[in-house]
Design a protein around this ligand. Structure first.
Ligand code: BGC
Length: 255
């Protein structure tokens, strides 16, 4: 199996894209630390699924906006599985509020959960990878909105734009250590973050019409990209973002 003997952490690993990434990496043989903040029962269900696949995983409750909790994830990887090879900074939230009425608390939360967690997740993971030697992979789940404005979701765009530069800058800084840093920029994916759109047929039709492939992605279609980026086939990719967006960033209704 491609990722046999590899150990991964996936933040926000018990729902949405994170859950699909956990299952994809496990299917490829990696042992996984599943970070979660809510719904321990869901984490247990995923752990059981992995056991059934013949894999190993451990759920760890951690708030990735706190450094001590990120360290707890790295410590769990090392104490339970002996090392850390793949860090997936996936946890993310959005408020879908305008710049005119986003509160300080909303702003701080969006920045902390999306960007601060990825910055310090990268720092903590890279420190462990350097200590053990042999390089590693850091994969930041960003969004098309790392580059493409989404009016009414400004704080989220700022955080994802920050992750874009984190990926590029950390990629350069960590290259001498053979630690590759890559972003994955999904478009619209059928996950809890998009429930309000998915539950509104008119909004969903509007969204589908804007996507050249005509539909939202399934979480597995993002996870498969992450699976590739964690493996040998992606050995020359760093400091860049792979967009998996069904073409939405380049779509146009025509003039
Ligand atoms: C956002 C969604 C949005 C999608 C496509 C994602 O990053 O979380 O709210 O629908 O991008 O615009």
């Amino acid at each position: 199996m491609a990722l046999e003997n590899k150990v991964a952490i996936v933040t926000g690993g018990n729902s949405g894209i994170g859950e699909a990434i956990v299952l994809e990496l496990a299917r490829q043989g990696a042992r996984i630390v599943i970070d979660y903040l809510f719904d321990p029962a869901m984490t247990e269900t995923i752990e059981k699924q992995i056991t059934k696949l013949g894999g190993q995983s451990i759920g760890v409750e951690a708030d990735v906006s706190k450094l001590a909790d990120l360290q707890k994830l790295a410590d769990a990887a090392v104490s339970r599985f002996g090392r850390l090879d793949i860090m997936v900074n996936n946890a993310g939230i959005e408020t879908r509020t305008s710049i005119l009425d986003t509160t300080e608390a909303q702003y701080d939360k969006v920045m902390d959960v999306n960007l601060k967690s990825a910055f310090f997740g990268t720092q903590i993971a890279a420190s462990q990878m350097i200590k053990q030697g042999g390089g590693g992979r850091i994969i930041n789940i960003t969004s098309v909105h790392e580059d493409w404005p989404m009016p009414g979701n400004t704080a989220y765009c700022l955080a994802k734009g920050g992750m874009r530069m984190l990926t590029r800058t950390a990629g350069l800084e960590l290259a001498p250590h053979k630690i590759l840093v890559v972003g994955v920029g999904p478009g619209a994916v059928a996950t809890p973050i998009n429930l309000s759109t998915m539950n509104d047929p008119a909004k969903l039709a509007h969204l589908d019409a804007a996507i050249p492939l005509g539909r939202m992605a399934r979480p597995e279609e993002i996870a498969s990209v992450v699976g590739f980026l964690a493996g040998d086939g992606a050995s020359y990719l760093t400091a860049t973002t792979i967009f998996a967006d069904g073409g939405i960033m380049h779509s146009s209704i025509g003039l």
